[in-house]
Design a protein around this ligand. Structure first.
Ligand SMILES: NC(=O)C1=CN([C@@H]2O[C@H](COP(=O)(O)OP(=O)(O)OC[C@H]3O[C@@H](n4cnc5c(N)ncnc54)[C@H](O)[C@@H]3O)[C@@H](O)[C@H]2O)C=CC1
Ligand SMILES: O=C(CO)COP(=O)(O)O
Length: 339
């Protein structure tokens, strides 16, 4: 049994706490809202997981110092935008080495940092045992129904990755390990951009051909950037690459797909965000990936088209026309360049 603190009680932090509580770990879930902690202690979190009865041993607190004191392993499950703030608050009372796990999927615009890099910038090195990334095709709504789910725990330190594999693994939640942290973080963050784009084409009324095209060419541009940043190409064929791309582009549970779908049907970005009420990571990540494509000089046509729609007032029809009218390419040359 491990002592674990989970920070962030939205859909994913709560679903992972459900798994950890079922695995009989000594778990404490932190939320910044007292009324949400009270509700979780009554075994529900209806705003995020409406029909789920949470295990009796899943306990929550809104007292950050209590959560900091509790765990030897911390699972950070807040949106990318909140990672630095939560780390800054955690470090105020941190006094021992902790194994950090992060489960968020994003890149920070402007700094262009991955989440593991942000954690290492914010938490003093002396308090970090290591940082493991847990990522893969895993919608919270299905995890709490105990439907078979597979994810990957990534860390260069295989002992740390193995510990996190053991922590989460059970009969419905299967965890693989990988040492390619860059590939896992880039795949998890950038698939949200492609899911937004697929949602838009679905919203525009295009069919499955368009969906397959964007998913396939989307994966090519994610891998192209990832490899330039130091990732292993094969990671993009794994759970955190093509696996997460498939689930996010095809599932009704995906907030990114749903947001794209509303944009494709003509709603404004503000209207979409108002309606969602949950994090749509792909929007900020589109800005970051667009900046990364310039910084690494990697062509990313789908990301650029989405950037134009979200931030430059280009219409979705014009963006599609521009993508289809790009200069002729040889597919094999493009893929071989990854090796
Ligand atoms: N929902 C899912 O199925 C999955 C989500 N993820 C990732 O997990 C991360 C979190 O996503 P969700 O839980 O789905 O989001 P959510 O929108 O369901 O919940 C986010 C939670 O973070 C809290 N929060 C926001 N800002 C905060 C701050 N400054 N301090 C403390 N708490 C704050 C909110 O109150 C809310 O409880 C995202 O990066 C997402 O991409 C990854 C895999 C699956
Ligand atoms: O990352 C996810 C599933 O693996 C969740 O995707 P959304 O944020 O689009 O719901």
């Amino acid at each position: 049994m491990e002592k674990v603190s989970v920070f962030g009680a939205g859909s994913w932090g709560t679903a992972l706490s459900y798994v950890l509580a079922q695995n009989n770990h000594d778990l404490l879930l932190w939320t910044h809202r007292q009324e949400q902690a009270d509700e979780i202690n009554q075994n529900t979190n209806k705003r995020y997981l409406k029909d789920t009865q949470l295990p009796e041993n899943l306990k929550a607190t809104s007292d950050l110092s209590e959560a900091v004191e509790h765990g030897d392993i911390y699972v950070l499950a807040v949106p990318t935008k909140a990672i630095r703030e939560v780390c800054q608050d955690i470090k105020k009372s941190l006094n021992r080495k902790i194994l950090f796990v992060h489960v968020s999927k994003g890149i920070e615009p402007d700094s262009l940092k991955r989440i593991s890099e942000m954690i290492r910038e914010e938490i003093p090195e002396q308090w970090i045992e290591d940082v493991v990334v847990l990522s893969g095709p895993s919608h919270a709504e299905e995890v709490v129904q105990e439907h078979p789910t597979t994810v990957t725990a990534a860390c260069e330190n295989t002992a740390a990755a193995n510990r996190i594999q053991d922590l989460f693994m059970n009969h419905y939640f299967r965890v693989y390990t990988n040492t390619d942290v860059i590939g896992v973080e880039i795949g998890g963050a950038l698939k949200n951009i492609i899911a937004l784009a697929v949602g838009i084409t679905d919203g525009l009324g295009y069919g499955d051909n368009a969906k397959a095209a964007i998913m396939t060419r989307g994966l090519a541009e994610i891998a192209r950037l990832g490899v330039k940043m130091g990732a292993t190409p094969l990671t993009f064929s794994g759970l955190t690459g093509v696996g997460d791309l498939i689930v996010t582009c095809t599932s009704v549970h995906s907030r990114n797909w749903r947001a794209g779908n509303m944009l494709g049907k003509g709603k404004s970005l503000d209207e979409v965000l108002e309606e969602m009420g949950m994090v749509v990571e792909g929007i900020r990540t589109t800005k970051a990936a667009y900046q990364l494509s310039k910084a690494y000089d990697v062509p990313m046509p789908i990301t650029s088209a989405l950037y134009a729609v979200l931030f430059d007032n280009v219409s979705t029809d014009d963006a599609v026309e521009k993508l289809m009218g790009r200069m002729k390419k040889n597919e094999m040359e493009d893929l071989i360049n990854l090796l």
